[in-house]
Design a protein around this ligand. Structure first.
Ligand code: THU
Length: 134
């Protein structure tokens, strides 16, 4: 991914993080997805008083992508407000794997914007699949 693209994803994820609804954990997260057709879709975590209903930033961004008509992820970037890089939870890894080829990039950022970069297949080696991919 080009440096400019990474900057765009980082800015979109930070903007979304500013809109996070996290009154219960106070742990604000933003994510941005680059779709295969070049669109950028952002999301934040949205919590609920019934904690299990919370949606992570990564899934919010992916669901916004699907609602906009894109179905393929090229890159994902996630940022919280942590000194160490933020690693997506298991549920989000499975949702990422549904829409991304194994070689897609995942950029796990620390608050500075420095990232640890891996592929989707490194993030989730054996995703669940209902059917073989055609
Ligand atoms: N969270 C995310 O949004 N993404 C992650 O990768 C990890 C966790 C959110 C869920 C919850 O609102 C808060 O962070 C604390 O778990």
């Amino acid at each position: 991914m080009s440096r400019d693209r990474k900057k765009e994803l980082l800015a979109a994820a930070r903007r979304a993080r500013n809109r996070a609804y996290a009154p219960h954990s106070e742990f604000r997260v933003g994510a941005a997805v680059l779709g295969a057709r070049g669109g950028i879709f952002a999301g934040c975590n949205v919590e609920n008083a019934s904690f299990g209903l919370t949606c992570c930033a990564e899934r919010s961004a992916i669901f916004a992508m699907v609602a906009a008509g894109e179905r393929e992820i090229r890159e994902v970037l996630v940022i919280g407000d942590t000194e160490d890089f933020l690693s997506p939870c298991g549920a989000c890894r499975q949702v990422i794997a549904e829409f991304a080829p194994p070689s897609a990039g995942v950029h796990m950022c620390s608050r500075s914007g420095a990232s640890r970069d891996v592929t989707v297949s490194e993030l989730l080696r054996f995703p669940f699949r209902l059917k073989k991919r055609s």
